[in-house]
Ligand binder design. Structure first.
Ligand SMILES: [Zn+2]
Length: 382
Protein backbone atom coordinates (compact mmCIF):
# COMPACT_ATOMS: atom_id res chain seq x y z
CA UNK A 1 0.00 0.00 0.00
CA UNK A 2 1.12 3.54 -0.60
CA UNK A 3 0.37 5.76 2.32
CA UNK A 4 0.14 9.48 2.38
CA UNK A 5 -0.93 10.24 -1.19
CA UNK A 6 -4.17 12.14 -1.32
CA UNK A 7 -6.54 12.36 -4.24
CA UNK A 8 -7.38 15.99 -4.98
CA UNK A 9 -11.10 16.47 -4.52
CA UNK A 10 -11.51 18.41 -7.76
CA UNK A 11 -11.40 15.30 -9.96
CA UNK A 12 -14.29 13.18 -11.05
CA UNK A 13 -14.85 9.72 -9.64
CA UNK A 14 -12.84 7.09 -11.45
CA UNK A 15 -10.00 9.44 -12.14
CA UNK A 16 -6.89 9.81 -10.04
CA UNK A 17 -4.58 12.75 -10.08
CA UNK A 18 -1.35 13.54 -8.32
CA UNK A 19 1.66 15.55 -9.33
CA UNK A 20 3.76 12.42 -9.79
CA UNK A 21 2.92 9.86 -12.49
CA UNK A 22 4.22 6.79 -10.65
CA UNK A 23 2.36 7.73 -7.48
CA UNK A 24 -0.82 8.35 -9.43
CA UNK A 25 -0.67 4.91 -11.05
CA UNK A 26 0.27 3.13 -7.82
CA UNK A 27 -2.62 4.79 -6.04
CA UNK A 28 -5.00 3.30 -8.56
CA UNK A 29 -3.37 -0.14 -8.35
CA UNK A 30 -3.78 -0.05 -4.59
CA UNK A 31 -7.43 0.91 -4.95
CA UNK A 32 -8.00 -2.14 -7.18
CA UNK A 33 -6.12 -4.63 -5.03
CA UNK A 34 -6.77 -3.37 -1.51
CA UNK A 35 -8.23 -6.61 -0.17
CA UNK A 36 -5.67 -8.97 -1.71
CA UNK A 37 -3.07 -10.43 0.60
CA UNK A 38 -1.11 -12.45 -1.97
CA UNK A 39 0.60 -9.48 -3.61
CA UNK A 40 4.14 -8.19 -3.34
CA UNK A 41 4.60 -4.65 -4.53
CA UNK A 42 3.82 -2.72 -7.68
CA UNK A 43 5.45 -1.85 -10.97
CA UNK A 44 4.66 1.07 -13.21
CA UNK A 45 5.79 0.07 -16.67
CA UNK A 46 5.74 3.22 -18.77
CA UNK A 47 5.68 1.99 -22.36
CA UNK A 48 5.45 5.31 -24.18
CA UNK A 49 5.60 8.97 -23.28
CA UNK A 50 5.84 12.18 -25.24
CA UNK A 51 8.36 13.36 -22.70
CA UNK A 52 5.87 15.82 -21.33
CA UNK A 53 2.24 15.57 -20.44
CA UNK A 54 1.16 12.18 -21.81
CA UNK A 55 2.10 8.60 -20.94
CA UNK A 56 0.85 5.09 -21.70
CA UNK A 57 1.79 1.90 -19.96
CA UNK A 58 0.84 -0.81 -17.52
CA UNK A 59 0.30 -0.68 -13.78
CA UNK A 60 1.26 -4.04 -12.26
CA UNK A 61 0.36 -5.57 -8.92
CA UNK A 62 3.10 -8.16 -8.46
CA UNK A 63 2.25 -11.49 -6.89
CA UNK A 64 3.99 -12.94 -3.89
CA UNK A 65 6.40 -15.77 -4.91
CA UNK A 66 4.02 -18.49 -3.79
CA UNK A 67 1.87 -21.07 -5.50
CA UNK A 68 -1.61 -19.88 -6.33
CA UNK A 69 -0.64 -16.19 -6.35
CA UNK A 70 -0.89 -14.31 -9.63
CA UNK A 71 -0.19 -10.73 -10.63
CA UNK A 72 -2.81 -8.37 -11.96
CA UNK A 73 -2.22 -5.46 -14.27
CA UNK A 74 -3.99 -2.72 -16.15
CA UNK A 75 -3.11 -0.73 -19.22
CA UNK A 76 -3.27 2.95 -18.42
CA UNK A 77 -3.19 6.27 -20.19
CA UNK A 78 -2.16 9.38 -18.28
CA UNK A 79 -2.36 13.08 -19.00
CA UNK A 80 -0.91 15.94 -17.00
CA UNK A 81 -2.82 19.17 -16.80
CA UNK A 82 -1.14 21.82 -14.75
CA UNK A 83 0.82 19.78 -12.22
CA UNK A 84 -1.63 16.94 -11.73
CA UNK A 85 -1.62 13.65 -13.61
CA UNK A 86 -4.99 12.22 -14.53
CA UNK A 87 -4.77 8.45 -14.96
CA UNK A 88 -7.37 6.18 -16.55
CA UNK A 89 -7.14 2.38 -16.35
CA UNK A 90 -8.65 0.10 -18.97
CA UNK A 91 -12.21 -0.67 -17.97
CA UNK A 92 -12.98 2.91 -16.99
CA UNK A 93 -15.18 5.25 -18.99
CA UNK A 94 -12.30 7.73 -19.11
CA UNK A 95 -9.94 5.20 -20.74
CA UNK A 96 -11.24 5.31 -24.33
CA UNK A 97 -11.74 9.07 -24.04
CA UNK A 98 -8.20 9.69 -22.89
CA UNK A 99 -6.62 7.22 -25.33
CA UNK A 100 -8.43 8.89 -28.23
CA UNK A 101 -7.19 12.31 -27.08
CA UNK A 102 -3.59 11.14 -26.63
CA UNK A 103 -0.96 12.20 -29.17
CA UNK A 104 -0.08 9.73 -31.92
CA UNK A 105 3.36 9.07 -30.40
CA UNK A 106 1.75 7.87 -27.17
CA UNK A 107 -1.29 6.00 -28.53
CA UNK A 108 -1.21 5.43 -32.31
CA UNK A 109 -4.45 5.47 -34.31
CA UNK A 110 -4.71 1.70 -34.70
CA UNK A 111 -4.46 1.18 -30.95
CA UNK A 112 -7.03 3.89 -30.30
CA UNK A 113 -9.51 1.91 -32.35
CA UNK A 114 -8.89 -1.34 -30.47
CA UNK A 115 -8.80 0.30 -27.05
CA UNK A 116 -12.02 2.21 -27.74
CA UNK A 117 -13.83 -1.05 -26.89
CA UNK A 118 -11.97 -1.44 -23.58
CA UNK A 119 -13.82 1.15 -21.55
CA UNK A 120 -16.56 0.74 -19.02
CA UNK A 121 -19.39 -1.62 -19.88
CA UNK A 122 -22.17 -3.43 -18.13
CA UNK A 123 -20.87 -6.63 -16.56
CA UNK A 124 -21.45 -9.82 -18.47
CA UNK A 125 -24.55 -11.73 -17.51
CA UNK A 126 -23.47 -14.11 -14.79
CA UNK A 127 -23.66 -17.81 -15.46
CA UNK A 128 -23.41 -20.37 -12.73
CA UNK A 129 -20.71 -22.81 -13.72
CA UNK A 130 -21.60 -24.79 -16.81
CA UNK A 131 -25.14 -23.55 -17.30
CA UNK A 132 -26.70 -22.29 -20.52
CA UNK A 133 -26.09 -18.94 -22.01
CA UNK A 134 -29.50 -17.31 -22.07
CA UNK A 135 -29.10 -13.56 -22.31
CA UNK A 136 -25.33 -13.73 -22.41
CA UNK A 137 -22.91 -13.58 -25.31
CA UNK A 138 -19.88 -15.80 -24.86
CA UNK A 139 -18.60 -15.66 -28.41
CA UNK A 140 -14.89 -14.86 -28.64
CA UNK A 141 -13.91 -15.68 -32.22
CA UNK A 142 -10.75 -17.18 -30.72
CA UNK A 143 -8.70 -20.28 -31.30
CA UNK A 144 -6.75 -22.06 -28.60
CA UNK A 145 -3.34 -20.42 -28.08
CA UNK A 146 -1.33 -22.77 -30.24
CA UNK A 147 -1.17 -24.02 -33.82
CA UNK A 148 -4.44 -25.15 -35.38
CA UNK A 149 -4.28 -28.91 -35.82
CA UNK A 150 -2.13 -29.53 -32.72
CA UNK A 151 -3.36 -31.14 -29.52
CA UNK A 152 -2.22 -29.80 -26.13
CA UNK A 153 -3.22 -30.81 -22.62
CA UNK A 154 -5.40 -28.96 -20.19
CA UNK A 155 -2.98 -29.16 -17.26
CA UNK A 156 -5.10 -26.98 -14.96
CA UNK A 157 -8.77 -26.09 -15.08
CA UNK A 158 -10.16 -22.63 -14.25
CA UNK A 159 -8.34 -21.04 -11.33
CA UNK A 160 -7.54 -17.69 -9.76
CA UNK A 161 -10.09 -15.56 -7.98
CA UNK A 162 -12.35 -14.99 -10.98
CA UNK A 163 -11.69 -18.49 -12.35
CA UNK A 164 -10.29 -16.57 -15.29
CA UNK A 165 -7.32 -18.76 -16.20
CA UNK A 166 -6.43 -22.23 -17.39
CA UNK A 167 -3.01 -23.90 -17.64
CA UNK A 168 -2.06 -25.42 -20.97
CA UNK A 169 1.00 -27.30 -22.22
CA UNK A 170 2.09 -29.67 -24.94
CA UNK A 171 2.69 -29.83 -28.68
CA UNK A 172 5.59 -27.72 -29.92
CA UNK A 173 5.29 -25.38 -26.93
CA UNK A 174 4.85 -22.33 -29.17
CA UNK A 175 2.19 -20.02 -27.74
CA UNK A 176 0.25 -18.16 -30.43
CA UNK A 177 -2.27 -15.30 -30.32
CA UNK A 178 -5.84 -16.59 -30.06
CA UNK A 179 -7.12 -13.70 -32.17
CA UNK A 180 -5.74 -10.56 -33.76
CA UNK A 181 -5.09 -7.50 -31.64
CA UNK A 182 -2.43 -5.29 -30.12
CA UNK A 183 0.43 -6.84 -28.17
CA UNK A 184 1.55 -5.49 -24.79
CA UNK A 185 4.53 -6.59 -22.71
CA UNK A 186 3.31 -6.28 -19.14
CA UNK A 187 6.23 -6.76 -16.75
CA UNK A 188 9.00 -4.17 -16.55
CA UNK A 189 11.48 -7.02 -17.00
CA UNK A 190 9.99 -7.48 -20.51
CA UNK A 191 9.72 -11.16 -19.72
CA UNK A 192 7.01 -13.68 -19.00
CA UNK A 193 3.70 -11.88 -19.39
CA UNK A 194 2.06 -10.70 -22.60
CA UNK A 195 -1.40 -9.26 -23.17
CA UNK A 196 -3.20 -9.05 -26.49
CA UNK A 197 -6.03 -6.49 -26.62
CA UNK A 198 -8.69 -7.71 -29.04
CA UNK A 199 -11.97 -6.33 -30.33
CA UNK A 200 -15.25 -6.45 -28.41
CA UNK A 201 -13.51 -5.45 -25.17
CA UNK A 202 -11.68 -8.76 -24.79
CA UNK A 203 -8.04 -9.25 -23.93
CA UNK A 204 -6.11 -12.47 -23.50
CA UNK A 205 -3.16 -12.82 -21.12
CA UNK A 206 -0.29 -15.27 -21.42
CA UNK A 207 1.95 -15.79 -18.37
CA UNK A 208 5.04 -17.88 -17.53
CA UNK A 209 6.30 -17.47 -21.12
CA UNK A 210 9.89 -18.18 -22.07
CA UNK A 211 11.57 -16.40 -24.97
CA UNK A 212 8.60 -14.07 -25.38
CA UNK A 213 8.30 -11.22 -27.85
CA UNK A 214 9.16 -7.77 -26.59
CA UNK A 215 7.89 -5.61 -29.46
CA UNK A 216 5.41 -3.68 -27.39
CA UNK A 217 2.42 -2.10 -29.09
CA UNK A 218 2.59 -3.93 -32.40
CA UNK A 219 -0.45 -5.32 -34.18
CA UNK A 220 -0.50 -9.10 -34.16
CA UNK A 221 -2.62 -11.42 -36.28
CA UNK A 222 -4.44 -14.49 -35.05
CA UNK A 223 -1.82 -17.21 -34.76
CA UNK A 224 1.13 -14.84 -34.35
CA UNK A 225 3.97 -16.26 -32.24
CA UNK A 226 4.07 -14.81 -28.73
CA UNK A 227 6.61 -16.98 -26.89
CA UNK A 228 7.24 -20.48 -25.65
CA UNK A 229 5.65 -22.16 -22.68
CA UNK A 230 7.88 -21.68 -19.64
CA UNK A 231 8.18 -21.06 -15.92
CA UNK A 232 8.91 -17.33 -15.85
CA UNK A 233 7.67 -15.52 -12.75
CA UNK A 234 8.92 -12.02 -13.48
CA UNK A 235 5.78 -10.49 -12.00
CA UNK A 236 5.48 -13.02 -9.18
CA UNK A 237 3.72 -16.27 -8.46
CA UNK A 238 5.20 -19.69 -9.10
CA UNK A 239 5.21 -22.27 -11.88
CA UNK A 240 5.86 -26.01 -11.73
CA UNK A 241 6.78 -27.21 -15.19
CA UNK A 242 6.62 -25.29 -18.45
CA UNK A 243 3.12 -24.16 -19.38
CA UNK A 244 1.15 -21.09 -20.33
CA UNK A 245 -1.21 -19.57 -17.77
CA UNK A 246 -3.88 -18.36 -20.19
CA UNK A 247 -6.53 -15.97 -18.98
CA UNK A 248 -9.39 -13.92 -20.35
CA UNK A 249 -10.28 -10.30 -19.66
CA UNK A 250 -13.13 -8.13 -20.76
CA UNK A 251 -13.61 -4.41 -20.23
CA UNK A 252 -10.45 -4.08 -18.20
CA UNK A 253 -10.85 -6.94 -15.73
CA UNK A 254 -10.38 -10.68 -15.62
CA UNK A 255 -13.63 -12.51 -16.35
CA UNK A 256 -14.57 -16.12 -15.76
CA UNK A 257 -13.20 -18.15 -18.66
CA UNK A 258 -16.00 -20.74 -18.25
CA UNK A 259 -18.56 -21.01 -21.05
CA UNK A 260 -16.25 -19.22 -23.47
CA UNK A 261 -15.05 -21.07 -26.53
CA UNK A 262 -11.47 -21.36 -27.81
CA UNK A 263 -10.62 -23.52 -30.79
CA UNK A 264 -14.19 -24.91 -30.71
CA UNK A 265 -13.90 -26.07 -27.08
CA UNK A 266 -15.86 -24.52 -24.23
CA UNK A 267 -14.09 -24.41 -20.88
CA UNK A 268 -16.08 -25.27 -17.73
CA UNK A 269 -15.37 -24.80 -14.05
CA UNK A 270 -14.85 -27.69 -11.68
CA UNK A 271 -15.91 -27.91 -8.07
CA UNK A 272 -12.55 -26.48 -7.00
CA UNK A 273 -9.78 -24.41 -8.52
CA UNK A 274 -7.64 -26.23 -11.13
CA UNK A 275 -10.42 -28.76 -11.72
CA UNK A 276 -12.92 -28.51 -14.56
CA UNK A 277 -13.32 -29.69 -18.12
CA UNK A 278 -13.61 -28.75 -21.76
CA UNK A 279 -16.33 -29.69 -24.21
CA UNK A 280 -16.33 -29.97 -27.99
CA UNK A 281 -19.79 -31.03 -29.09
CA UNK A 282 -20.42 -34.00 -26.80
CA UNK A 283 -16.72 -34.81 -26.43
CA UNK A 284 -15.62 -33.94 -22.92
CA UNK A 285 -12.10 -33.93 -21.51
CA UNK A 286 -11.02 -33.38 -17.93
CA UNK A 287 -7.80 -32.02 -16.50
CA UNK A 288 -4.92 -33.83 -18.18
CA UNK A 289 -7.02 -34.42 -21.26
CA UNK A 290 -6.06 -33.55 -24.82
CA UNK A 291 -7.58 -30.66 -26.75
CA UNK A 292 -7.30 -30.57 -30.53
CA UNK A 293 -7.21 -27.00 -31.79
CA UNK A 294 -9.96 -26.75 -34.42
CA UNK A 295 -9.38 -23.02 -34.97
CA UNK A 296 -11.77 -20.20 -34.11
CA UNK A 297 -15.54 -20.51 -34.24
CA UNK A 298 -16.98 -17.75 -36.40
CA UNK A 299 -19.52 -15.35 -34.96
CA UNK A 300 -22.30 -16.77 -37.16
CA UNK A 301 -21.26 -20.37 -36.65
CA UNK A 302 -22.23 -23.09 -34.22
CA UNK A 303 -20.92 -26.45 -33.04
CA UNK A 304 -23.33 -29.34 -33.11
CA UNK A 305 -23.85 -30.70 -29.60
CA UNK A 306 -26.30 -33.58 -29.63
CA UNK A 307 -25.89 -33.95 -25.86
CA UNK A 308 -24.68 -37.51 -26.13
CA UNK A 309 -23.00 -38.00 -29.50
CA UNK A 310 -24.19 -39.36 -32.81
CA UNK A 311 -26.03 -37.15 -35.25
CA UNK A 312 -28.86 -34.66 -35.25
CA UNK A 313 -31.48 -34.42 -37.98
CA UNK A 314 -31.56 -31.54 -40.39
CA UNK A 315 -35.13 -30.51 -41.21
CA UNK A 316 -36.74 -28.65 -44.09
CA UNK A 317 -38.18 -26.10 -41.65
CA UNK A 318 -38.00 -24.94 -38.03
CA UNK A 319 -39.62 -27.87 -36.26
CA UNK A 320 -39.97 -31.62 -35.99
CA UNK A 321 -43.19 -31.25 -38.01
CA UNK A 322 -40.94 -30.63 -41.03
CA UNK A 323 -39.32 -33.48 -42.93
CA UNK A 324 -35.83 -34.83 -42.33
CA UNK A 325 -33.48 -33.81 -45.14
CA UNK A 326 -30.24 -35.18 -43.69
CA UNK A 327 -28.09 -35.30 -40.58
CA UNK A 328 -25.14 -33.48 -39.03
CA UNK A 329 -22.59 -35.20 -36.83
CA UNK A 330 -21.89 -34.20 -33.24
CA UNK A 331 -18.95 -31.79 -33.11
CA UNK A 332 -19.44 -30.53 -36.67
CA UNK A 333 -19.28 -26.81 -37.40
CA UNK A 334 -22.33 -25.27 -39.05
CA UNK A 335 -22.82 -21.80 -40.49
CA UNK A 336 -26.08 -20.11 -39.61
CA UNK A 337 -27.98 -17.97 -42.12
CA UNK A 338 -30.78 -16.85 -39.77
CA UNK A 339 -33.07 -18.11 -37.00
CA UNK A 340 -36.79 -18.61 -36.42
CA UNK A 341 -39.05 -20.03 -33.74
CA UNK A 342 -40.41 -23.55 -34.07
CA UNK A 343 -40.88 -26.60 -31.89
CA UNK A 344 -39.32 -26.52 -28.44
CA UNK A 345 -36.40 -28.80 -27.48
CA UNK A 346 -34.05 -29.32 -24.56
CA UNK A 347 -30.30 -29.82 -24.95
CA UNK A 348 -27.29 -29.93 -22.66
CA UNK A 349 -27.57 -28.37 -19.21
CA UNK A 350 -31.36 -28.34 -19.58
CA UNK A 351 -31.13 -25.54 -22.16
CA UNK A 352 -34.68 -25.38 -23.51
CA UNK A 353 -35.47 -23.24 -26.55
CA UNK A 354 -37.96 -22.96 -29.39
CA UNK A 355 -35.36 -21.26 -31.57
CA UNK A 356 -34.17 -23.04 -34.70
CA UNK A 357 -31.25 -22.07 -36.90
CA UNK A 358 -31.42 -22.10 -40.69
CA UNK A 359 -28.06 -23.33 -41.95
CA UNK A 360 -26.19 -22.05 -44.97
CA UNK A 361 -27.41 -25.09 -46.96
CA UNK A 362 -31.06 -24.18 -46.26
CA UNK A 363 -31.75 -26.95 -43.72
CA UNK A 364 -32.74 -26.36 -40.10
CA UNK A 365 -31.49 -27.55 -36.68
CA UNK A 366 -32.80 -26.69 -33.21
CA UNK A 367 -30.65 -24.24 -31.27
CA UNK A 368 -30.89 -26.72 -28.38
CA UNK A 369 -28.33 -28.83 -30.26
CA UNK A 370 -26.15 -26.03 -31.61
CA UNK A 371 -23.59 -24.29 -29.38
CA UNK A 372 -23.15 -20.74 -30.59
CA UNK A 373 -22.19 -18.91 -27.39
CA UNK A 374 -25.55 -17.23 -26.98
CA UNK A 375 -29.21 -18.16 -26.77
CA UNK A 376 -30.03 -15.36 -29.21
CA UNK A 377 -29.89 -15.42 -33.03
CA UNK A 378 -26.28 -15.06 -34.22
CA UNK A 379 -27.24 -13.86 -37.69
CA UNK A 380 -30.64 -12.25 -37.19
CA UNK A 381 -34.16 -13.56 -37.46
CA UNK A 382 -35.24 -15.03 -40.81
ZN1 LIG B 1 -2.20 -21.07 -13.94
Amino acid sequence: MLAGVLVPAAHAQGETATDDLTSAVVLKIDARTGSRTDLAGTEVNVMRTDGGDWAFGAGIAKAAPIEGAYPDGWLFVAHREGKDWTVAFEGEAAFPKLTSAAPEAVVPTGEKQVLATHGAAAPKVATAEAKPLAGGDFRTGMRLPWAVGQSWRLTGGPHESARQAVDLAGGDGRVLATRGGTLYVMCSSQRGWLRVAHDRGYSTDYYHLFNNRTDNGVTVAEGAFLGNIGTDVSCGGSANGAHVHFSLRQNGAFVGIASHNFGKWQIYNGSAAYQGSALHGSTQIGVGGSMYNYGPLGFTQGIIDTNGGGVVNRRSGPGTNFGVVGTVADGATVTIACSANGTSHTGRFDYTTSMWNKLSDGSWISDAFTWTGTGNPVNGWC
